[in-house]
Design a protein around this ligand. Structure first.
Ligand code: PLP
Length: 438
């Protein structure tokens, strides 16, 4: 039967057809076995097919299929306790649950704006974002994001937001990994705040480590702490979008903790239930919740925001992460993977950089590693590498924004081991050996 055009709405090539998945592997209908080195869309932190999680979802469904989110179910209570006891930074005890990352980022922005209004600053309605970023696909999150290719054909309706520069040490305008890169990007933040007027700005939304848009770009040392000082001085809230970096991906619970920064609102999704359910959350300071409540505002829920099945799935996934020390494992095995790939390909003439933290790794491909010149967009290098790797049995996540290219991301389940690292190495080697010429 013709299965083109059924997803994502437009006619596309015939889809890759899955039979099933288990652990870190995907099995196609033609019996091919593929390593899920992308963890889907950097989601499957504990791997596929854990029975404990399926059992928890089953039990939740039988206990109470659906209630309006404001009612407290045992499943939501269990998740909030797990989060507060073991995961959330102490200063972020308040929880608002949504069904995905885009929704959760929107909710965080609404909460930030409501907070500013509640404390007598209703004119603070601008949201700062970054020129290289991804925060979601709803109309407002597509507008906020610095992601050209995901805006195409929508430009006429997307709102423009003031953007600061995403710290990108490799491509710092002062020079690659310039010693003054941190100061350069902080000055850009200061200048943007001056230009827009601090009294108009509610919040900055940013990923602590850039996700797939830029391919695991880590900021210069000291950037986040000093950026937060600047924001605090200007009364601007920091919303950290940890949809990709949250719940262990970088080897610690949240990527912001790598930089000792304390966001006012933290958004996480993907890894919260590791792909077993559609759930994301906004976690915030008590002062923010108290001010909104004192002003008599309501933070409206999404219908499926705290679905008992999703809460139960997330609780079961988080327990597995803890009981099997998988966050620590993501740090160790991720670092090991990074070092192995750097040793094998770090000096390849078409590799600009292999970077990242924990099990979030980006490989930036260029035409010439000395000048950092990129391949032409028409050469579709990212697609080419992802396709060649797939032929070699590995699914890497294609990254980049069209403008910023070409990056391949690794977001493997934290359970992978030596054989999987070897597979990734072989597949990347095969893809790099066969790059387009132009
Ligand atoms: N924020 C970041 C950093 C992401 O990586 C993503 C998805 O890739 C999102 C937000 C959007 O999340 P969702 O696709 O669940 O709406």
């Amino acid at each position: 039967r013709n299965m083109t055009g059924i997803w994502p709405f437009v006619a596309a090539n015939a889809p890759t057809t899955l039979s099933h998945a288990q652990g870190a592997y995907l099995y196609l209908q033609n019996d091919r076995k593929i390593l899920d080195a992308a963890g889907g869309a950097v989601v499957a932190n504990i791997g596929h097919g854990r029975r404990e999680v399926a059992d928890a979802i089953h039990a939740a469904t039988m206990n109470a299929t659906y209630v309006v989110p404001p009612w407290l179910t045992p499943e939501r209570q269990g998740l909030v306790e797990e989060l507060r006891d073991h995961w959330l930074p102490q200063h972020l005890p308040c929880v608002h649950l949504c069904s995905g990352g885009s929704e959760a980022n929107e909710s965080a922005i609404k909460i930030a704006v409501q907070y500013q209004a509640a404390i007598g600053q209703p004119q603070r309605k601008l949201i700062l974002a970054r020129n290289l970023s991804y925060h979601g696909t709803t109309i407002s999150m597509a507008g906020l994001s610095g992601h050209a290719s995901r805006k195409r054909g929508l430009e006429s309706i997307l709102e423009q937001h003031p953007h600061i520069q995403t710290p990108y040490p490799l491509r710092c305008p002062l020079g690659p990994h310039h010693p003054d890169a941190c100061q350069y990007y902080l000055q850009d933040l200061e200048d943007t705040i001056q230009r827009v007027g601090s009294e108009n700005i509610a919040a900055l939304v940013a990923e602590p480590i850039n996700g797939s848009s830029g391919g695991a770009i880590t900021p210069p040392d000291g950037y986040w702490q000093r950026a937060q000082e600047i924001l605090q001085r200007h009364g601007i809230l920091l919303i950290m979008d940890e949809v990709m970096t949250g719940f262990g991906r970088t080897g610690v619970a949240f990527g912001s903790q790598l930089y000792s920064v304390q966001p006012d609102l933290l958004v996480a999704g993907k890894g919260l239930a590791g792909g077993y359910a559609a759930i994301a959350g906004v976690f915030g300071r008590e002062e923010i919740a108290n001010a909104i409540s004192a002003a008599g505002f309501n933070v409206m829920f999404h219908t499926f925001g705290a679905l008992p099945q999703s809460c139960a799935a997330a609780t079961a996934v988080l327990k597995i992460l803890r009981e099997e020390n998988l966050v620590q494992r993501a740090g160790v095995i991720g670092q090991h993977t990074l070092e192995r790939l750097q040793a094998s390909f770090g000096q390849h003439p078409n590799v600009a950089e292999i970077r990242g933290a924990g099990m979030l790794i980006g490989i930036e491909i260029v035409k010439d590693r000395n000048t950092l010149e990129r391949f032409d967009e028409s050469a579709r290098v990212t697609e080419h590498i992802a396709g060649a790797a797939l032929d070699a049995g590995v699914f890497f996540y294609p990254g980049g924004t069209g403008e910023y290219r070409d990056v391949i991301c690794i977001g493997a389940p934290f359970i992978i081991d030596e054989p999987e690292i070897e597979l990734m190495e072989t597949a990347l080697g095969a893809a790099l050996a066969n790059l387009p010429k132009g």
